[in-house]
Design a protein around this ligand. Structure first.
Ligand code: ADP
Ligand code: MG
Length: 878
């Protein structure tokens, strides 16, 4: 009943459509009566055969397998025959439709559908085949399986499951038939069948095979969730009879235990567990034997696979409610405890049937034991037993509902297969021992064989010797042979002597002719000796030649060898040379890059220095009325000079020189240089260039304005802001650049710079605005511009008004001028009035220390009808 094994609702609903026969009254409360059954909702195959039913149980491994539920009706017993004689049965079965009708009264019935409906005439064999056989088959294949009977006491649970059938084999129940089935299928040499038999009563598990074992605990594997009962007696079963004896023993112990506890067996649950362990070694060994030895090894090293199926057969306690008053001799607590496992089972099945998130598996020992049977990995088959008596209609109805709910429980069947490393190790040990023994045997056989051969050889030799000796003595040729041997010996000796002599002579006479003779030698012998001597002389002659040519060859080889060695050395040398050169090349490239960077820096510095030198020279030439300031910080003053004075040919020439020398693009590109100093130098140069009217257009065209604005955006440096503002202010002097300057955001950039608050920056901003206003005013007068001032459009007015009376005079002057320029055009008047500029103009016209500006303001105010009207309205005396 493990949650994690439970199938999701999606699967369940898909099953409802196809596989699931339960389409009528699948809820606990039936909604339709038999009279008005929707035919389309019924299972189509009304002729479903046993085989089909059996096949329906056969789901594949790892696939969902719903709990199958069969209902079995018991025939009337003697007591019912009498008592219920005048009453109709409470149920009516329609086995061919797999339906059961539960009568409410004479007119009304509820219909339920089951996986199998077994009438009172159903044989035990058929019940086994329908209910248990598919489960046993699964167990033999390596799955877990559960067969469980549920029903009121006396309805035939024990008859269905536990009947031994000794007197009548036809009445054998599921336990015996299942064991017969298993024993017929397994091979007792490689497989094993073990059983334990238990009783669960009042949350205590007793061993029915060993009554002293009265409180067995359940152990759960935390990894797999498998439950086991290590304390239970396990008995190996090898034949049917020993199993029947075991069941009898268990039954006797059950009876004794229940007598002791003063209860009936109907109050306890009997649980039979059959463990089937099968080795499937060799089934998938399909290598065909080209190399028998290798196959043998592969086979030997592959651990055998074992499949461990477990069949659990549960004969539940009677499902009827026991009297809560404890009339059977139990206290209320005991009564609760007796029912605990059964009601917990009901709760778990309800939870599983409803797809509830929590399944209270841990509430009782029974549900813990059966956690794999409901919602787990086992194939589970439930038989619910009912009686026909109308007196027990209530209990029968409740049993039917239990069965209906159980039909909704989905299991996920899983093969219990594992590698049997123990048996592999055993097998390898045996094999090793066999090989050692075999090797010893072979060694021994080999030694024996050698000994035998030696003996045979020795005996043959001695025999040959004997024969030889005999033949020497006995054979008629023996004298001749002796003679022959003697001659041979003599012959050898004479040759030896001759050779010695020859050597001595050789030494003595050098190349003199050698006369070899022997009184005793025959002419033949002499001839052959001569030829030997000649040959030797020939060989001797050849030898020095041969030695010489060999020496020459050796020399040649040595020569070649040394050449190869030399060549190798020079090759190695060449390699290192190449590496060295490559390294040098890389260093050079690196150096070049570095130098290029330095050149850029130096170029920018050079630019500035040359410019500065020109400036200085110019001032000195002029007589030095202005104080010559060193360094770049005086640059803005120089810019102002450049702007305000017609600075003469010298300066113009120097700037022209700059252009020529470096090129505008290069100068502008330095505005984006990485080095901050380079940027500062560059912006100063650009500001200076921008002071020249002839350069202004070129700077803007070449993208200088954008570069300046970008530099302003990316830099917080005050010098850059000041110089850049100066540059923009210079550009703003140019009538032709007005629209471009504004379009690229120049005005806004100027206004943005006031944030830094530095008076020098503010002065440049004010100058820029004044320049812009002046050009704009000129354009308006000439009629090339119409409409409101772009300065007002870009929101400059508030800052202008605010700084019109700035205490720094350079700022104040520029703003005063700007205001006068703006005021000259009626189109700006409305905004200027509402923005407070009128007051400032009035003030300027009265208080400005510079007379020309004062006059300009006055004239401007008096020439504007809008200003006049407003002043009148405000009663400003003018
Ligand atoms: P339970 O175990 O449910 O309490 P039992 O199996 O002990 O019920 O059955 C009660 C009685 O009914 C027994 O005498 C049993 O032989 C009889 N009985 C039950 N089912 C059948 C059946 N299908 N055919 C014949 N007798 C049955
Ligand atoms: Mg019973």
């Amino acid at each position: 009943m493990a949650n994690n094994h439970r199938n999701g609702t999606t699967h369940r609903s898909s099953l409802n459509k196809t596989d699931r026969p339960l389409s009528v009254n699948s809820n606990t409360k039936p909604t339709s009566k038999s009279k008005s059954l929707p035919v389309s909702g019924l299972r189509k195959s009304t002729t479903a055969s046993l085989a089909a039913a059996s096949a329906a149980f056969k789901d594949d491994a790892g696939v969902p397998g719903r709990v199958r539920v069969a209902v079995r009706l018991r025939c009337h017993n003697a007591e019912e025959m009498v008592a219920d004689a005048d009453f109709a049965d409470c149920v009516e079965l329609q086995p061919e439709l797999k339906r059961l009708k539960l009568r409410k009264n004479n007119w009304d019935a509820e219909t339920y559908e089951f996986d199998e409906v077994l009438t009172e005439f159903a044989s035990q064999k058929r019940v086994y085949e329908v209910v248990a056989k598919p489960v046993v088959e699964s167990v033999l294949e390596g799955y877990n399986g559960t067969v469980m009977a549920y029903g009121q006491t006396g309805t035939g649970k024990t008859y269905t499951l536990g009947r031994l059938g000794e007197e009548d084999p036809a009445t054998r129940g599921i336990m015996v038939r299942a064991m017969e089935h298993i024993l017929a299928d397994v091979s007792l040499e490689t497989d094993s069948v073990t059983v334990c038999y238990l009783q669960l009563y009042m949350e205590t598990i007793q061993d029915l095979l060993d009554p002293t074992n009265a409180n067995i605990s359940i152990v759960e594997d935390p990894k797999t969730g498998d439950v086991s009962l290590p304390g239970a007696t396990l008995v190996e079963i090898r034949d049917r009879q020993s199993f029947v004896e075991l069941l009898k023993l268990g039954e006797a112990h059950r009876f004794a235990a229940n007598t002791k506890l003063n209860t009936e067996s109907s109050r306890s649950h009997a649980i039979l567990m059959v463990h089937v362990k099968r080795s499937i070694e060799g089934r998938d060994m399909t290598h065909s034997g080209e190399n028998g030895n290798n196959n043998h090894i592969i086979k030997a090293l592959k651990p055998p696979i074992v499949r461990k199926g477990k069949l659990v057969v549960v004969d539940l306690a009677g499902s009827e409610r026991i009297d809560k008053s404890g009339s059977e001799g139990h206290t209320l607590e005991e009564a609760k405890s007796i029912n605990l496992s059964l009601s917990a089972l009901g709760k778990c099945i309800n939870a599983l049937a409803e797809g509830s998130a929590h399944v209270p598996v841990r509430d009782s020992k029974l549900t813990r034991l059966l956690r794999d049977s409901f919602g787990g990995t086992a194939r589970t088959s439930l038989v619910i037993t009912i009686g026909p008596s109308p007196r027990h209609r209530g209990e029968t109805a409740s049993t039917i509902m239990f069965g209906q709910r159980a039909m909704k429980v989905e299991n996920m069947l899983k093969l219990k297969e594992e590698f049997d490393y123990k048996s592999l190790s055993r097998r390898l040990d045996i094999q090793l021992d066999k090989l050692i023994a075999e090797q010893e045997r072979q060694q021994k056989a080999f030694e024996d064989e050698i000994e035998r051969i030696t003996l045979v050889a020795e005996s043959r030799i001695s025999e040959a010797e004997r024969n030889y000796a005999d033949s020497l003595e006995v054979n008629p040729f023996s004298t001749f042979q002796k003679e022959r041997l003697k001659y041979q010996k003599d012959y050898m000796e004479s040759i030896k002597k001759l050779e010695e002599k020859w050597v001595i002579n050789q030494q003595k006479q050098g190349s003199e002719t050698i006369i070899i003779g022997s009184k005793d030698g025959t002419s033949n012998e002499r001839g052959s000796m001569m030829s030997v001597v000649e040959e030797l002389a020939e060989v001797k002659k050849l030898l020095p030649k041969e030695t010489q040519s060999r020496k020459a060859a050796e020399e040649e080889v040595n020569n070649l060898k040394s050449q190869v060695a030399q060549w190798k050395r020079s090759e190695a040398l060449g390699n290192t040379e190449t590496l060295k050169l490559r390294k040098m090349l890389e260093d050079e490239a690196h150096q070049k890059k570095k130098l290029e960077g330095e050149i850029a820096l130096l170029q920018s510095q050079l630019l500035h220095i040359s410019f500065e030198a020109d400036e200085t020279r110019k001032r000195l030439d002029k007589g030095g009325s202005d104080k010559v300031r060193g360094g770049f910080d005086s640059l803005m003053n120089q810019v102002r000079h450049a702007q305000l004075q017609d600075s003469g040919n010298g300066e113009k020439a120097s700037i022209a020189k700059l252009f020529e020398q470096v090129g505008l693009h290069k100068i502008l590109s330095l505005l984006e240089a990485e080095d901050a100093d380079v940027r500062i130098h560059a912006v100063k140069v650009v500001a200076n260039l921008a002071a020249e009217e002839s350069n202004q257009g070129k700077i803007v065209e070449a993208g200088g304005l954008s570069s300046l604005l970008m530099l302003l955006r990316s830099s917080e440096d005050e010098t850059i802001h000041r110089v850049a503002a100066g540059a923009i202010a210079n550009l703003a002097m140019n009538d032709k650049l007005q629209s471009k300057l504004r379009a690229e955001g120049g005005i806004k950039a100027l206004l943005g710079m006031v944030r830094c608050g530095h008076p020098d920056v503010l002065a440049q901003v004010a100058r820029g605005i004044a320049n812009f206003a002046k050009c704009e005013s000129r354009a308006s007068t000439q009629g090339t511009k119409s409409g409101r001032s772009l300065l007002i459009d870009d929101g400059a007015l508030p800052w202008i008004v605010q700084n019109a009376n700035n205490e720094a005079s350079p700022i104040r002057r520029h703003i005063e001028l700007a205001l006068c320029h703006l005021a000259q055009h009626e189109v700006n008047a409305k905004d200027m009035i509402s923005g407070g500029a009128l007051w400032e103009l009035v003030r300027i016209s009265r208080d400005c220390s510079r007379e020309d500006i004062r006059t300009l303001a006055h004239r401007t105010l008096s020439s504007s009808p809008a200003f006049e009207a407003e002043m009148k309205r405000l009663r400003i005396n003018y």
